[in-house]
Design a protein. Structure first.
Lengths: 518, 294
């Protein structure tokens, strides 16, 4: 890679992407100022699918609207200057020897992908995140690469302890520096980790056939941006290859496999401009919209796309009802349908979750809900005072709420399983769930009762019960239940997620001020 | 005295001697509980410690000291769910002044450790102090220890406690759903690893087992404000009572027994205290405890 302006910009933004990715974690403060969601909020594919699905506007996506306008004005620069996945492809492509392009991907394949995706949004299923390049990259990082980095580092550090014991402490400052600034706080494994990575590696493997194969033939974001770029007044002059040179065919990463530059595929990387031996090339605005052509390459695309979207949107809505009882969504999500319209499945909430309670749904939410976040209390619970998932959600599918409001949002309701719960099943004391319940008035309480123990003797045991009206379903009870494997108390999903009433004592209002004293 | 009575008398004496000697020794080392009261929490902490002999009595030059506060919950200071940071800091400062080489402060938290360390105010209170460590628990440091107790045969305990020269227990006094109160004896759960909720099924015995194995050289109970209901986590300021008191004792049972009275209860009401007393870990009878107002 030559250090052209586009290249430098790409590398800076890739670095920024990775820095923001690492920053998307609790680092001692309740608020995250800048998270990797900035990339999604500037992603026109996220914007279009959101607008079509939610049929409403969100200011969170204002940057994506700006990006849309910029693309209309300048062209498809996003792919050549910003997209972190594109940058990764540019970095590796020279190491991969090329065979011939895949014929099946040529033609209008990418439109047959984009249009059904968008029209499925219209039918209330927002699937664009599945093929959004930034989401693909982020999911592979979140679900596989970052946990592997964390696990490997930690295992090494623990191994060192096993070898040299306390003397490891001399190295602690160096390790702590890495741990506090780079590593994930907790070692977590995710479902779908291999699939997520396979998709990313598959995209890289496509470079075997031609450069930027994914970008020019498949990527729905790129296709959308390319379609917008057709209306840009900027164009390359000359439009076609010069008969005496043809150097551009080698320089261009995307479009010059034909003799004429296709505007929707030009990513404005400026390689041709800088590499032209004759300095003939310029990019300049032309008043006439040349090379714009018809709105869509084929008329049947529109109808076919709509039909495809409908086909995509309806049959995949099937869900097994028994899975739904444990389909717990992040706090603040009150309506499943509304959530599916807005969630881009980027994985940020799962990355940031303080207690690693959120995991990508593999089958629990049906095919339509793949990669949407799901709270699994036995693995992690929703921390009472934490609001991070709402803060990083790029579309507001998980609303960003003040902590007082978030505490009252209902995720589900806890229910005792008296066949397992110790005081009921074995007539002995336990009450770990009540101890951990964060609701100030305690949504889990207990009463002393005289019972006959399994040994036949009468004794007093504390039997716990749930006060359903004030249970917010955070899942800490299920998480800490000391029974092995299956818990004696479990959180079940509920349709009615009306927030629990505000705490009677109005106790926490000046929490923050109080903290500053120390 | 004929031969028969002599043999009887000697026999009885031999049988009773161990108990009598123990009684006599116990009487000499009467349990002392110091109570200091005031609005300056650092000052009353120092007063209480000085009244039981001063930190130099426990910490020698070059010692590694573990100070174990309760910082298990993501609650801010005023909710009395965690030990007051000023009390912790004062204890740590006293350790350093007595010549400690290193003071380690930690807790195996119930909520997320990062949030607990921040919200409790303890991490911030200790920030920048030389020779003081306030690290999160590292799970590899838990080591299986044979306790051979009445309930717990073995358990994973934190090796920094096992390796320390001095262990200072600094709980906050608060209500607890199962054990009624959580004080010094229960604070030891913070050095346990594994599935520690398991011990709730026989909490009194398990805590006696643990405290018999890991002795607190000094117990400093933070009663600057106490949580009277909905413990051990609280969250409701109406449940908090400000008492401005700090209690110190070398006898963990005596410290707990006295602290119980602050809640209007008797030591005999708290099964954890009773079990520890019966195990011989300390004195719980208030009339046998010397209470000094520092």
């Amino acid at each position: 890679m030559k250090p052209t302006a586009a290249r430098i910009c790409q590398l800076i933004l890739l670095a920024l992407f990775l820095i923001l990715f690492v920053q998307t974690e609790y680092r001692g403060r309740d608020d995250i100022n800048a998270a990797v969601n900035s990339f999604f909020r500037a992603d026109p594919l996220v914007l279009f699918s959101y607008l079509l699905a939610a049929k409403s506007w969100s200011w969170l996506l204002f940057p994506a609207a700006l990006m849309t306008v910029a693309t209309l004005a300048l062209g498809r620069f996003f792919c050549g200057w910003i997209c972190p996945l594109g940058t990764i492809l540019d970095l590796v492509t020279s190491k991969i020897r090329k065979t011939a392009p895949i014929r099946a991907l040529k033609g209008n394949f990418k439109y047959w992908l984009l249009l059904p995706l968008l029209s499925a949004s219209l039918f209330n299923i927002n699937l664009s995140g599945l093929l959004d390049p930034i989401a693909i990259l982020l999911r592979a990082l979140t679900f596989l690469f970052y946990p592997v980095l964390g696990l490997a580092s930690r295992e090494g550090w623990v191994g060192l302890y096993r070898m040299i014991g306390e003397r490891r402490d001399t190295l602690a400052p160096a390790y702590n520096l890495i741990r506090d600034n780079l590593l994930p706080f907790r070692d977590t494994l995710y479902p779908l980790a291999l699939l997520s990575t396979a998709i990313l590696l598959g995209i890289i493997a496509l470079e075997r056939f031609e450069t930027r194969n994914w970008c020019r033939n498949i990527c729905p974001l790129g296709t959308l941006l390319g379609w917008l770029a057709r209306f840009s007044p900027f164009s390359r002059v000359p439009q076609a290859l010069c008969s005496d040179c043809g150097q551009c065919r080698q320089l261009c990463p995307t479009s010059f496999d034909q003799d004429v530059l296709r505007k929707e595929e030009c990513i404005l990387c400026m390689e041709c401009l800088q590499g032209c031996p004759h300095e003939r090339i310029s990019f300049r605005p032309a008043l006439k919209l040349k090379g714009c052509g018809p709105l869509l390459p084929e008329r049947r695309l529109l109808l076919g796309g709509m039909a495809g979207g409908l086909l995509l949107a309806l049959p995949i809505r099937f869900r097994y009802p028994e899975k739904q009882s444990r389909l717990l969504r992040p706090p603040g999500v009150r309506n499943e349908d509304d959530f599916l319209k807005k969630c881009v499945r980027c994985g940020e909430c799962m990355k940031v979750c303080l207690k690693n309670a959120l995991y990508p749904a593999a089958y629990q939410a049906g095919l339509e809900g793949i990669y949407t976040p799901l709270l699994i209390p036995r693995l992690g619970y929703c921390e009472y005072n934490c609001t991070l998932c709402g803060q990083v959600c790029p579309t507001g599918a998980i609303p960003s709420l003040p902590v007082e409001t978030k505490r009252r949002e209902v995720i589900g309701k806890a229910v005792f399983d008296k066949n397992h719960c110790l005081p009921y099943a074995r007539k002995i004391d336990c009450i770990v769930c009540e101890e951990h319940c964060p609701i100030p008035e305690k949504a889990i309480r207990s009463r002393e009762v005289q019972v006959m123990g399994l040994d036949g003797r009468v004794r007093t045991v504390k039997e716990p019960y749930v006060v359903e009206e004030i249970c917010n379903g955070c899942g800490i009870c299920e998480n800490v239940c000391p029974l092995e494997t299956k818990a004696g108390i479990e959180v079940f999903a509920v349709k009615n997620r009306t927030p629990i009433p505000p705490s009677t004592a109005g106790q926490e209002e000046s929490d923050k001020k109080q903290q500053n004293l120390y | 005295m004929n031969r028969r009575t002599f043999i009887k008398a000697t026999g009885t004496a031999i049988l009773l001697a161990p108990a009598l000697i123990k009684e006599a020794l116990a009487a000499r080392e009467q349990s002392l509980v110091a109570v200091a009261e005031g609005g300056d929490y650092a000052a009353i902490t120092r007063k209480a410690i000085n009244a039981v002999g001063g930190m130099k009595r426990f910490v020698k030059l070059g010692d590694v000291v573990v100070v174990k506060p309760n910082m298990g919950w993501d609650r801010s200071v005023r909710f009395a769910a965690n030990t007051h940071p000023l009390v912790v800091r004062a204890v740590v400062e006293e350790c350093l002044a007595a010549g400690a080489k290193k003071v380690k402060v930690f807790d195996n938290t119930c909520n997320d450790p990062r949030r607990c360390y921040v919200s409790s105010g303890i991490e911030a209170a200790l920030k920048g102090m030389k020779g003081v460590e306030c690290k999160h628990i590292e799970t590899e440091r838990f080591r299986k220890v044979a306790l051979n107790g009445a309930f717990l045969q073995e358990w994973e305990l934190y090796d920094e406690v096992l390796l320390a020269d001095v262990y200072i227990n600094v709980p906050v006094a608060k209500h607890h759903g199962l054990s009624k109160l959580t004080l010094g004896l229960k604070n030891i759960m913070g050095i346990m690893g594994g599935n520690r909720g398991y011990i709730h099924r026989n909490l009194d015995t398990a805590l006696a087992d643990l405290n018999a194995h890991v002795k607190s050289h000094l117990t400093v109970i933070d009663a600057t404000r106490i949580l009277t209901a909905h413990g051990p986590q609280g969250g409701n300021i109406a449940d908090v009572r400000v008492l401005n008191k700090v209690i110190a004792s070398t006898d963990i049972v005596a410290a707990d027994a006295y602290a119980t009275t602050l809640f209007g209860m008797k030591p005999a009401d708290i099964p954890v205290t009773v079990a520890a007393y019966k195990r011989g870990l300390g004195e719980m009878n208030l009339d046998k405890i010397r209470v000094v107002r520092a």
